[in-house]
Write a protein that binds this ligand. Structure first.
Ligand code: SF4
Length: 296
């Protein structure tokens, strides 16, 4: 069971256009992700007034004023609680949260864990460029161990976190991987993630030509392959986990795992069962003037 979407009219890419100029470096993967999300929303006929786009802090977060729509740009590592709260208040609104690998797998890792196990019906797009780009190339927990970085010229001593193994250990219901250099595939993944019943995790391998010199655009072009070209069965959890984790020779992209049979957080919430209105629609106006008089 996928989520029915509220749509209206025929939005175009122009409807999402902002005159604000981009500040990203030439060749940054943010450009591809920016294009893909707009295309996905337009193709699903979701107008800017019908979606909420939530951004963490990081280079990617500067996307928040480079397109139109309801947007939120929050504190570092805290994008998921805000996105989840907004979704619970107005479940009719498709909510997409964007976070970097630094914030999502360090400062905000607790939120990510509980978002997967809570199964909030929210899309999470991981801008995975393997470093903290905004703070000039610091290693993140996803940077390969011993990889020389701007602020760690001898490499970092900490072990690298295997992000996909970690995500699969939480029993997710939607896991996909995209590549910022393949906008069409990424757009198609995002459309399916928006339709997903619960929490959808999209790992986007993103080129950062300024600070990431180990997973370059060229290397990603050479190693990435599409699982849809190899008849991958996205209902096979064990196989999905295996190809998601093993990136030594080739990197699997596409929808790796999908399960639409698990009720999401809102569906499991007993006090909301049977309700046809959203909490936002149920908000009532109270006249507090009499109460205020007591303090005058
Ligand atoms: Fe993009 Fe990296 Fe430049 Fe940030 S530092 S804008 S992630 S290329």
């Amino acid at each position: 069971m996928s989520i029915p979407l509220q749509t209206s009219g025929d939005p175009t890419m122009k409807d999402y256009h902002s005159d604000n100029r981009s500040t990203w470096c030439d060749g940054c993967g943010d450009y591809g992700i920016w294009a893909a999300v707009k295309q996905a929303l337009v193709e699903l006929k979701i107008a800017p007034s019908q979606t909420l786009l939530c951004y963490d802090v990081g280079c990617h977060g500067n996307m928040s004023d480079k397109l139109l729509g309801y947007r939120f740009h929050g504190l570092h590592g805290r994008v998921i609680p805000f996105a989840a709260g907004a979704k619970l208040a107005n479940p009719k609104l498709p909510v997409i949260a964007f976070g970097g690998d630094g914030a999502s797998f360090s400062e905000g890792i607790g939120h990510l864990v509980h978002a997967v196990r809570s199964h909030y019906p929210v899309v999470f797009v991981l801008h995975n460029n393997g470093n903290y780009g905004l703070t000039t190339g610091q290693a993140s927990s996803l940077t390969p161990q011993n990889q020389p970085m701007n602020t760690a010229p001898n490499g970092i001593p900490e072990a690298t976190l295997n992000s996909m193994d970690f995500i699969f250990s939480l029993e997710p219901t939607f896991v996909a991987r995209g590549f910022s250099g393949d906008i069409k595939q990424l757009k198609d993944i995002m459309k399916e993630a928006i339709r997903h019943r619960g929490f959808a995790f999209i790992d986007v391998l993103q080129a950062c030509p300024t600070y990431n010199h180990f997973a370059t655009h060229t290397m990603l072009l050479q190693k990435c392959y599409k699982v849809e070209d190899e008849n991958h069965d996205a209902s096979d959890f064990v196989k999905a986990r295996k190809i998601a984790v093993d990136t030594s020779k080739r990197i699997a992209t596409g929808i790796l795992y999908r399960n639409e049979n698990v009720p999401n957080f809102i569906e499991r919430l007993v006090p909301r069962q049977g309700k046809t209105t959203t909490p936002v629609e149920e908000v009532q106006t109270f006249d507090v003037s009499k109460l205020m008089e007591e303090f005058i």
